[in-house]
Design a protein around this ligand. Structure first.
Ligand code: BGC
Length: 303
């Protein structure tokens, strides 16, 4: 069942099916709430102002490029694309006033809502007019996201979902147990730009067996398969699967009030950061006329 209410000047759609109730607003196609068996698992603001003024990307759909592009520039087809920087010299999550701050259109489907956004040619420096879509659907205990995109010129496209999870409601993600299906992670420089693909073996990034998160992370893990990670806390287990190649784990140390620092962990299925400048990384180029489709599924259970 899908119901529609107001969220300030925006709309809020709530999909209720089985034990899950997920609310998504047309502002940034953002998940404002995800309740499993009545327990809130995804922190959010209760009005648009929090999102419009915020820099935490809580629950938002991110585009055109999730994570960072070094020095806010890249070359595509021999042409240099200059982007507005919004984190030192680099670009983060598509730049200033990007998709998370835009009003998306919504279409109600069966226990699902499809959000669409037209991003014009040259939007935040990215080439090609891109039609972006994110469809949220709920079935049983699973929330599924389908990311789609079509561009009229060659571009790069790397969407993600920036949901933070607090499965127990105790606002301390360092106590949660995490398992990540990754035998490599990306080592980064001081600006969090990837330097090299590094084995997790013998490092603090080895989450191949479930263990407490314990400390701060803001790193990209290279996934070994479609089961990306399992997060377990307060008797709830969430299994995240995706056909995207990587997972950013961000422990939310800079979460602004009213949220607590480290109160929730962002698990972002994504492409590798800075791929447009790294021919050695999986390509994020979307060619004109090619259809982009990637998915992510979040399965909730009690344990
Ligand atoms: C980034 C962090 C950033 C956070 C919120 C994450 O995806 O990796 O560095 O602080 O988003 O802006």
């Amino acid at each position: 069942m899908v119901t529609k209410t107001n969220f300030g000047a925006y709309a809020l759609y709530t999909i209720e099916a089985g034990e899950l109730a997920v609310s998504i607003t047309t502002l940034g196609a953002t998940v404002t709430s995800l309740r499993f068996r009545g327990r809130e698992c995804v922190p959010g603001y209760d009005s648009p102002e929090g999102y419009l003024g915020g820099t935490a990307y809580l629950g938002a759909a991110i585009g055109r490029y999730g994570n960072r592009i070094a020095l806010a520039r890249f070359t595509l087809g021999g042409k240099e694309c200059m982007l507005p920087a919004n984190e030192g010299p680099n670009q983060l999550h598509g730049g200033p006033n990007s998709y998370d701050k835009r009003e998306w259109s919504a279409e109600v489907l069966d226990d699902a809502v499809r959000f669409t956004l037209s991003s014009p040619d040259g939007d935040n420096g990215f080439p090609g007019a891109l039609s972006a879509a994110v469809t949220y659907s709920v079935r049983g205990g699973t929330l599924r996201l389908d990311f789609e995109g079509d561009s009229d010129a060659d571009t790069v496209y790397a969407p993600t979902s920036h949901m933070y999870f607090d499965l127990s409601g105790r606002e301390n993600c360092r106590e949660a147990e995490l398992q990540v299906n990754a035998s490599h992670y990306l080592e980064v420089d001081a600006g969090l730009i990837p330097t090299e693909v590094t084995p997790v073996e013998g490092t603090r990034f080895d989450f191949r067996s479930a263990r407490k998160i314990g400390q701060a992370y803001d790193h990209c893990f290279v996934l070994d398969g479609e089961t990306a990670c399992v997060l377990c806390d307060g008797g709830v287990r969430m299994t995240l699967s995706t056909d995207l190649p990587a997972l950013q784990v961000y422990t939310g140390e800079f979460l602004p009030a009213p949220f607590k620092p480290f109160g929730a962990v962002a698990l972002e299925p994504e492409s590798f950061p800075d791929s447009p400048n790294r021919p050695d990384f999986p390509s994020t180029v979307l060619r004109a006329g090619e259809h982009f489709h990637r998915w992510a599924e979040y399965r909730f259970e009690t344990v």
